[in-house]
Design a binder for this molecule. Sequence first.
Ligand SMILES: [Ca+2]
Length: 598
Amino acid sequence: MGLELAGVSEVGQSRPRDAAEEELSHRGIAGTRLPYLIESSPKGIAESRYPSTLGVSYPLKPDSLMNRFILCVSLAAATAFNAIAAKQPNIVFVFSDDHATQAISAYGGILADAAPTPHLDRLAAEGMLFQRCLVTNSICGPSRATILTGKYSHLNGFMTNETTEFDGSQQTFPKLIRKKGYQTAMIGKWHLGSDPTGFDHWEVLPGQGSYYNPDFKTPEGMHREIGYVTDIITQKAKTWLDHQREPDKPFILMVQHKSPHRNWAPDLKYLNAFDDGDLPEPDTLFDTYEGRGTAARDQDMTIDLTMDMGNDLKVDQQDLTQRFTKGTLDRMTPGQRKSWLAAYTPKNETFIDAKLEGEDLVRWKYQRYVKDYLRCIKSVDDSVGEIRAHLEERGLSENTVFIYSSDQGFYLGEHGWFDKRFMYDESYRTPLIAAWPGVIKPGSVSSDLVSNLDFAETFLDIAGAKIPKDMQGASLVGIMKGKTPRNWRDTHYYHYYEYPGWHMVQRHEGIYDGRYKLMNFYDVEEWELFDMEKDPLEMQNQYKNPEYASVVERLHKELDKARKQYDLPDIERQNLDEVDMRYHSKEIFKRLTGGGTL
Ligand SMILES: [Ca+2]
């Protein structure tokens, strides 16, 4: 009876219109509410598309004036729903920065029980969770450029984070989807230097953005807003849906969080979350890098040596030489600062009194780091829940594909690391969860090799737009429908370019077939092969093990094939004697030079 009673009640009362009504009103059907129609069908949306099922369900007498009125309104609304259901779906793409799958409970892992993500889990329960979404180049800017273009870094030109500007004049999916009638909006972290192109609306964080009281850049210039960045971006998304969206157009709304990027500054309300006890540690927290080569050993991204006590761990808060104090604490309002210090100071005093050293110190740093990271995630998870609830309230959820992803994965203490960049599993895989009512079977899981290379093509396919031949990925719509295309990729190519640079991870390329991973650290002339089935933590390089000779040979061929397929230029090795050592942290520099100074 949900439809009939709700319909009578709503039609008979005067109340403010919401967005769904505005949409129906625009089509000349004022006074009806889409959500009630959807709720009316006991068998779900598919059945509600047929007016005949509505016609037989009315309990009122045929000669009743009110009955005729209700029937008329309901059939008109059903017709409107038919039109809406048949039209191009909207897309809401919520995207975060450095969100590891290990920090989403739907993916499982050691943190799932202690740090659940209920809204992301609900999204997975109602949609599809992709277990193997792989990035082309595990770092912020390049991942975003790949998503916009559907091309690998060497072709879209944004190969490293140090690339100053994305060439916004090139072909991107927002420009193409607009031609299919979509309204396009980009809110949040952009991180590509040049101003966004192809968007009807954009409001972005300059550069990395700030956690507290962030600045926003719009076509009109810069302005600052008071509050916590994840919350502000969420509110902006809701405002756009209610007031800036054109109701008669399908849309793609990209909501891009800065969180949980370094330095992991949580919202005030979550500063004491996870204070009750210690979180589980990964098995490889004290990795000594035996069994792998130069790149894994000589990086600059360990919790032990690289992570600093001020900027990263919020201990040396009064030291004005610390980037953290300059960058975050000084931005806060007096009230924010007071709450912040009230949360951290007692915990810091306990830590200082304990005078921890060696492995005990690393363990403490791990706990502080991962707790702050997960506190940031709580706000991201809230954002997903809040935006989805808003879509539901506005009657938009049924015709909207809701997608969650991150620019790449991250290390939460695995191999002793934080940060990303490597083709090793934790930073190579990124979360991807999508819900599409009536299309994606709820609770489905895909283990196909998919990639951020496929996002542009997927958005265009959802919109019914043609996918340009020079895009290098493929639409995920078939997989979303439960039918993986026969010719779907059985290997995935990866390439990281930023050396020297932050965290000093050697340049490398590689190929992965779902079990074996071949990596080429070409500047140091070292190859690695991992058997992910027998060695999921990637601790033992099998490249020179004769038992894997045929696998190595096969993957070399696959790598050559991928290089041709994706039009990779020949590799030019760089002279490592000329590498700028200033990118190294003092600790790593000392170790590499036997005690030298920068
Ligand atoms: Ca990132």
